[in-house]
Design a protein around this ligand. Structure first.
Ligand code: FES
Ligand SMILES: [Fe+2]
Length: 351
């Protein structure tokens, strides 16, 4: 893939409240920005790390992501439209092709060579787990730390992609909440947990080449209330968390009778305090069951978490371990914070 032309390099947007150094690091990672099924020929704006992007597909079906600003007079391209393989800016009708090059200036049709100054900034598009993934400055997906959801394409597993969830909290706080095993009894007693089952048994967390791996075994059921007697008496539930920093994690839940549920928690850090959460999941049981029931259960659980994540202060995850108090069951969280700090993210990481 080509490097970004020098004319198209850009700095952190002036309205962004990310720490400068944190933004410079985060822009080299890869994130999901949309579900593939939601992309159409009607350009739509998505935001990543405070950068506004235009997402659209052309008439051949090719998906494009470009910076949502026309290099002529700064009008968002999402106010425009797709014509054939081009996107057209609505202000003066400039046409941009699939490489982001301007191929038509209607006011000057006699122009045979159009300057590269009229080029759009393009971003890479990788399709994975039903999602569009991109990076602001990385151009080599082979070096990306993509989460592994190996069951997504397996014929004996059902792949499910619920609607995304918009959260008014930072991606670090949200991700840490996803791997937190001490809040089940307190936050999720309305969906699957037991308010009287509060003790967190000892569990193991280890560093890996991709991030961290936690195995947690307890008697907290993963079935919704109402069908919890489906599990045999005394069944122990194993939950495995694999974290792919900065903001993705896969939870594998081992159900009775070799049942496997895998949930990918993939954050798009829209802004320092805004996250668009994508949750592709797979299961090898109940594969003909009602999908709406899965969407509803998923939405209920994330809504329970949302109230906590949106109220935490500071909004961003404090990577200086001494800034908050921890108990032993927080081992996964503190390890996650250390990994982010080692990535070079500021210990402050607080706005
Ligand atoms: S601002 Fe886009 S064509 Fe002029
Ligand atoms: Fe939770």
């Amino acid at each position: 893939m080509n490097a970004i032309p020098v004319t198209n390099l850009f700095n952190k947007p002036c309205y962004s409240q990310f720490d400068d150094q944190d933004w410079d690091i985060l822009v080299h990672h890869w994130y999901p920005v949309a579900r593939i099924q939601d992309v159409s020929i009607q350009p739509q704006q998505v935001m990543l790390l405070d950068v506004k992007l235009a997402l659209y597909k052309t008439e051949s079906g090719t998906i494009h992501l470009v910076r949502d600003i026309c290099p002529h007079r700064g009008v968002p391209l999402t106010k425009g439209w797709v014509s054939g393989e081009n996107i057209v800016c609505p202000y003066h009708g400039l046409h941009y092709n699939g490489e982001g090059k301007c191929v038509k200036i209607p006011a000057q049709p006699e122009l045979t060579k159009i300057s590269d100054r009229f080029s759009l900034t393009k971003f890479p598009v990788v399709e994975k787990y039903g999602l569009i993934w991109t990076s602001i400055f990385s151009r080599d997906p082979s070096k990306a730390n993509f989460p592994v959801l190996d069951t997504w394409d397996m014929s004996d597993h059902q792949a499910i992609l619920p609607p995304f969830v918009d959260i008014g909290g930072s991606s670090g706080r949200q991700l840490e909440g996803f791997i937190d095993v001490a809040h089940f009894a307190w936050v999720h007693h309305g969906s699957f947990a037991d308010p009287d089952n509060q003790i967190v048994p000892k569990y193991t967390t280890e560093r890996t080449d991709y991030g961290l791996h936690t195995e947690y075994v307890s008697n907290v059921s993963n079935y919704p209330h109402g069908i919890q007697d489906l599990a045999p008496e005394g069944f122990l539930w194993k939950r495995v968390f694999d974290v792919y920093p900065p903001f993705s994690a896969v939870l594998t839940v081992h159900f009775p009778e070799q049942g496997l549920l895998k949930i990918l928690n993939a954050c798009c850090p829209v802004s320092h305090n805004k996250t668009r959460l994508f949750v592709p999941l797979t299961r090898n049981f109940d594969t003909t069951g009602d999908l709406q029931a899965v969407y509803d259960f998923n939405a209920q659980i994330f809504a329970e978490d949302q109230d906590m994540v949106e109220s935490q202060k500071p909004e961003e995850l404090p990577l200086d371990i001494s800034m908050e108090a921890h108990f032993e069951a927080d081992r996964s969280s503190t390890t996650y914070r250390r990994i982010l700090a080692e990535c070079g993210l500021s210990k402050r990481y607080v706005v």
